[in-house]
Design a protein around this ligand. Sequence first.
Ligand code: SF4
Length: 337
Amino acid sequence: MSNGKEKKELILEVKDLHTYFTDRNDKLWKILEGVNLKIYKGETLGILGPTGTGKSVLARSILRLIDYPGKIVKGQVLFKGKDLLTIEEEIFNKIRGKEIALVMQNAPGAIDPLRDMTYTTSQPYREHTEEDLVRSEIKLLVISQLGKVALPEPIETSDKFAHELSGGESQRVKIASAVINNPTLLIADEPVSNLDATVARQILNLLHEMKEKFKLTMILIAHNLGILAELSDKIAILYAGKILEYSNVDSIFYDPRHPFTQGLFYATPSMAPRGRLKPIPGKEPDPRSFPTGCRFHPRCEYAIEKCKSDVPELEEYKEGHFVACWRVKEIPVYEKE
Ligand code: SF4
C-alpha cells in the first residue's frame, strides 16, 4: 500500500567534483572545485551561471569528456550508483550516447558537413545497436525520429546536409539524435544560445515535450533566468567553479538567499523590483587566481573579514534549500515589489 510518499529514484549524484586545466605556463585553472549535485528521476535540474563559470566543463566532466590539458582530479559521478569516473572506458562507451546523451550548443558547428541527416541522426543508434540494419531500415527510423522533433519535412530532411539546414533545424536534428536511444539522462548545454528568440522558444518547447514523451531526466545548462524558471524543477547557481545556491525553482525565485543570486535578479529587468534595477559590481574572477575564501567576496556588499579567508560550503538554510554563505541568515530578503 502506498503511504502517499513515493521514494524518488536517484539517477545522478555528483560528489566533490574537481576539474582543473593547466595553461602553457603550467598555471593551474581550477575550473570546478568541490561541486555536489543530486538529480532524481524525471527531474530537470537547471544550472545557471555567467559565461566562463564552468557550466560546460561540468557537463563534459559528467560524461568524462575532459581532454588534456584538463583533468578531473577528484570526486565521483555516480550514475545509478556506478562511478562514471572510475569505470573502464569500454563500459562507459556503452553508457555515453545511450543512457546519457548530450545536446551541445552550436548544433550547426557540431554536425559533420560531409554527412547527411540520416547518418547524423542515426549515429548514436548505430554505435549502440547490435542489430544489423540496412540503410533503408535506418532511414525509416530516422524519418520517424525527425518527425518526433516536428521537422516539417522529415523525409526530405533526412537527405539534407548541414549547410541546407537553418540553426533551428540543426538543433532539432541534434535533439532527435540525442534521444534516439531513449536515454535516461539528457544533458542540454546552452541548447538555444545561438538561436533567435522565436526559434529558441520553439526549441525549448520541444525539449519540454521530449522530456515528457521520453520520460527524461534532464540537466539544462543556461545563463538565462527565464529559460530555467520555465523548464527546471530545481536550480543550481554556479559561480567561479562552485555551487553557491541550490533548491527547487520556487524557493530560488521567491526566496533567493545568496547575494550573487539576488544580484542576478536585481540586474535582470523582468526580475528586479520596480526602480531597483542595478548591476552586480565588478566582474567575474580570473580562474587562474580565484579569490580566497568566498569567491564572491570582492563583489559582495555584505562581505566581512571571515569571507576573505574561509570558504563557505553549501549548508541547508531551510528544507531542500542550500546556500554557501557565511551570512545567509542576515542577508535581507529579496522583495520583488
Ligand atoms: S560568504 Fe560573505 S562574501 Fe560570500 S556571499 Fe556570503 S556575505 Fe558575501
